[in-house]
Write a protein that binds this ligand. Structure first.
Ligand code: NAP
Ligand code: F7E
Length: 353
């Protein structure tokens, strides 16, 4: 019977991982680290908040003393470090805050483990952003890195720190190099959730009689391509990594890339929304309209990034062969789930996150 610590438990992945572990027979205790907020920030934990095996602890990755106490007081078998400043666009404006959580936070955690709990198995939330994605090719664990944002550089530093702690002190550290994964619990600023919300906002406008102008979805780079999977599949992959005999680094991906434009078209074409988007114009002047010529999508350069990751496409062969991991959700299933969840939320009968 194991005890697991999840940092970032209030996030998309943390909440799914906590549910996943609490359903398994062999976890007697799941501790979730939550930073203090002025308002309630645990919406995503609605379904498990009162679970007797879940303990919520307040704290931040920047607080080395607190982390040291945590690992001295509890016997923690597995630590999943999912806490991060995870929004790439924001990292360009706030690189120091990003590095403090994403890199220094990891040093703090691994120092606490090294000194107080060297047998704890550690999962580091690494990312496909470390690759940089300038050309369309399958990216595996052996591909070289070239991050294109302060988020990517902070995560690459943390990746190497986790590798170094493994090599220097024999700690059981694993890097999960995860490609984009989404769900109805995705944060509202990420492009998939932003598009799903906009499609359903348009549906509400249409269903209420379509008076005046429809709401316009303003996006940046429509040509960016991502290997989008489902977060529920990916948290199971994280767990599997820590069950292996030896620590290692693994890519989790689907091996299929879609563009932001594809995501828009599929979301608006969803049966709940029912619009075929027609594109006209180029560059900053491109718009997406409905059959009556009403503009539903426009470009706003504020969403462009100083340096863009053009395409990310993952090769997940190692995870398949070593962990027996396989994504269960298709891209279409995921978009369908996100749209339906937005409809339920708008109509007041779905979870709040
Ligand atoms: P998310 O929804 O943004 O969740 C991030 C979590 O980190 C939240 O619980 C947040 O707390 C917490 N957090 C932020 N700063 C903190 C700090 N200083 N101390 C303690 N907790 C802090 O992210 P996600 O999508 O679940 O991703 C999970 C992890 O995987 C992240 O490390 C992310 O960088 C990485 N990753 C994500 C993807 C993806 O596509 N989702 C792909 C590759 C890697 P609040 O709720 O208070 O904000
Ligand atoms: O952007 C383009 C944008 O912010 C995806 C994080 O979980 O995955 C995520 O990072 C693409 C980019 O995710 C808008 O330029 C166009 O090319 O949804 P995103 P991300 O940057 O890929 C990685 C793997 C992580 O590790 C991160 O933590 O979409 N894009 N127009 C837009 N993006 C946003 N957010 N908003 C737009 O209006």
């Amino acid at each position: 019977m194991k005890t697991a610590l999840i940092t970032g438990v209030t996030g998309q992945d943390g909440s799914y991982l906590a549910e996943n572990l609490l359903k398994k027979q062999n976890y007697k205790h799941v501790i979730g680290l939550v930073r203090r907020r002025s308002a309630d920030g645990v919406n995503r934990l609605e379904q498990i908040q009162t679970h007797p095996a879940l303990t919520i602890m307040q704290g931040e990755l920047e607080d080395a003393g607190l982390l040291a106490r945590l690992f001295s007081v509890y016997r923690i078998d597995e630590c999943y470090n999912l806490a991060a400043q995870s929004f790439v666009r924001y990292s360009f404006d706030n690189p120091v805050a990003t590095a403090m959580t994403n890199y220094i936070g990891v040093i703090n955690l691994l120092e606490a483990i090294r000194h107080h709990s060297p047998n704890t198995r550690y999962y580091q939330a690494s990312t496909s952003e470390m690759f940089g994605g300038l050309t369309e090719e399958y990216l595996s664990e052996n591909h070289s890195f070239h991050p294109r944002s302060p988020y990517g550089t902070s995560k690459l530093a943390a990746y190497w720190h986790a590798v170094n702690m493994r090599e220097a002190y024999g700690l059981f550290t694993c890097n999960g190099i995860l490609f984009n994964h989404e769900s109805p619990r995705r944060g509202s600023e990420f492009v998939t959730q932003k598009i799903a919300a906009a499609a359903v906002r348009f549906r509400a406008w249409k269903n209420s009689g379509g008076m005046g102008e429809p709401p316009v979805l303003r996006l940046g780079n429509l040509e960016a391509r991502r290997d989008w999977g489902h977060a529920q599949d990916y948290v199971e992959g994280m767990r599997l990594m820590l069950q292996e005999e030896e620590p290692g680094d693994y890519v989790l991906a689907t091996g299929q890339a879609h563009s932001v434009r594809d995501f828009v078209e599929l979301s608006f074409a969803h049966p709940e929304v029912g619009v075929k988007i027609r594109w006209k114009g180029e560059g900053l002047n491109e718009v997406g309209s409905d059959a009556d010529g009403r503009v539903l999508v426009a470009i706003d350069p504020v969403h462009y990034r100083p340096s863009e990751v053009h395409v990310l496409l993952g090769d997940w062969k190692k995870a398949r062969e070593c962990l027996g991991w396989k994504p269960q959700f298709s891209f279409e299933d995921m978009v369908d789930q996100m749209i339906r969840a937005q409809v339920a939320r708008r109509e007041g009968h779905g979870p709040t996150a």
